[in-house]
Design a protein around this ligand. Structure first.
Ligand SMILES: *Cc1c(COP(=O)(O)O)cnc(C)c1O
Length: 356
């Protein structure tokens, strides 16, 4: 068995891969492949409907919000958010907690003013800034709930009266959230929801239609919502596999149940990092992510040998991002706890081997 700790695209359940491959051959009694069926057929419309319904059910999305499936990844949301919500001359507040957050605020500058309310850049994003003010006249406040590259996570929504926009690409569906605390949530699917190619947005309807600018149809939330996520040909296969994965999540007991598993998995690995004399974590303890666990070695010369040692045990995808170095173990929903134990065992054996 391969233990896939890759940061994204992520591991998905084996049963989802099996069902998805079956549908490539023959989809749901239609005599056609999921790859050749028209997206306008009742059979495929049912897939979109069920996907949207599962998102609403699993995240307990309240009335007054639309769930829409888009393309272009989270990166296109960096532009779409300000295009739809930031009027010319207005200012949006951004919290800079990493590369993704800074890419988001860079795009927003194309459409209005950006106020970076706090940043942890000077310490290589190893913590989440805590004491910052969000001016009451901000058009919205944007933050990244989980910093995939640095391994930090914000569990509490910062207090503010302005609309809150959140990039949840790498921790959506990993823990219970209160959608009513947000005006807009977005996520590229490939970190915890499904394969690359589809992007989820959950939008409070009342925030739309307030900016003057002309918005291209494809980039207008209202047009996409009114089109039922099918303004143009949607990423049919990515949506189908996401639906299968959300069904799997529901069968596991939903988000609250998977959150418990995610807590157990991350606690087990952090405990070993803190205990093992060869390794150390890179982030402030109170800001540690449950999804992406970043750590390095006390002796950097042992990092390459450990990577090889782990690979020999079928542990893959743990090389850290180049801007942090060391290791990053991503533990998305579908990663079984047995994989976490395989990594912990490897760390312990390696420690034994290198004990002086
Ligand atoms: C991966 C990631 C992105 C970029 O996602 P794309 O879908 O590749 O554009 C943005 N934000 C976060 C938090 C991510 O983890």
């Amino acid at each position: 068995m391969t233990h896939n700790f890759g940061a994204g695209p992520c591991i998905l359940p084996q049963e989802v891969f099996k069902q998805a491959s079956q549908a490539v051959l023959e989809f749901n009694g239609t005599g056609l492949s999921i790859l050749e069926i028209s997206h306008r057929t009742p059979e495929f419309e049912a897939v979109v409907d069920e996907t949207v319904r599962l998102v609403k059910e699993l995240l307990n999305v309240p009335e007054g919000y639309s769930v829409v499936l888009l393309q272009g990844g989270a990166s296109l949301q960096f532009s779409m958010v300000p295009m739809n919500l930031l009027g010319e001359g207005q200012t949006a507040a951004y919290l800079n907690t990493g590369v993704w957050a800074s890419k988001a605020l860079k795009e927003a500058k194309l459409f209005g003013n950006v106020n970076v309310v706090a940043s942890s850049k000077e310490e290589n994003y190893t913590y989440i800034p805590k004491d910052f003010e969000i001016p009451a006249d901000s058009a919205y406040f944007h933050y990244t709930s989980n910093n995939t590259i640095y391994g930090t996570e914000l569990f509490d929504v910062p207090e503010t009266k302005v609309p809150v926009v959140c990039d949840m690409s790498s921790d959506i569906f990993s823990r219970v959230i209160d959608v009513s605390q947000f005006e807009l949530i977005y996520a590229g699917a490939q970190k915890n929801m499904g394969p690359a190619g589809v992007t989820l947005a959950i939008v409070k309807d009342s925030i739309l239609g307030k900016v003057e600018r002309n918005i291209p149809s494809m980039l207008d939330y209202k047009v996409q919502i009114d089109g039922g996520s099918m303004y143009n040909t949607p990423p049919v296969f990515s949506i189908y596999v996401s639906m299968l994965n959300l069904r799997w999540l529901k069968s596991k007991g939903g988000v609250a149940a998977i959150e418990k598993e995610n807590i157990s998995k991350s606690e087990a690995l952090y405990k070993e990092i803190d205990r093992n004399s060869l390794f150390k974590g890179t982030c402030r303890i109170e800001d540690r992510s449950r999804m992406n666990v970043c750590f390095v070695m006390e002796n950097p010369e042992l990092e390459k040998p450990f990577l090889k040692f782990a690979e020999e045990r079928n542990i893959i995808g743990i090389k850290g991002h180049r801007s942090v170095g060391g290791f990053r173990a991503s533990m998305y929903n579908a990663l079984p706890i047995t994989s976490v134990h395989a990594l912990i065992d490897a760390m312990q054996e390696f420690e034994e081997k290198h004990r002086a």
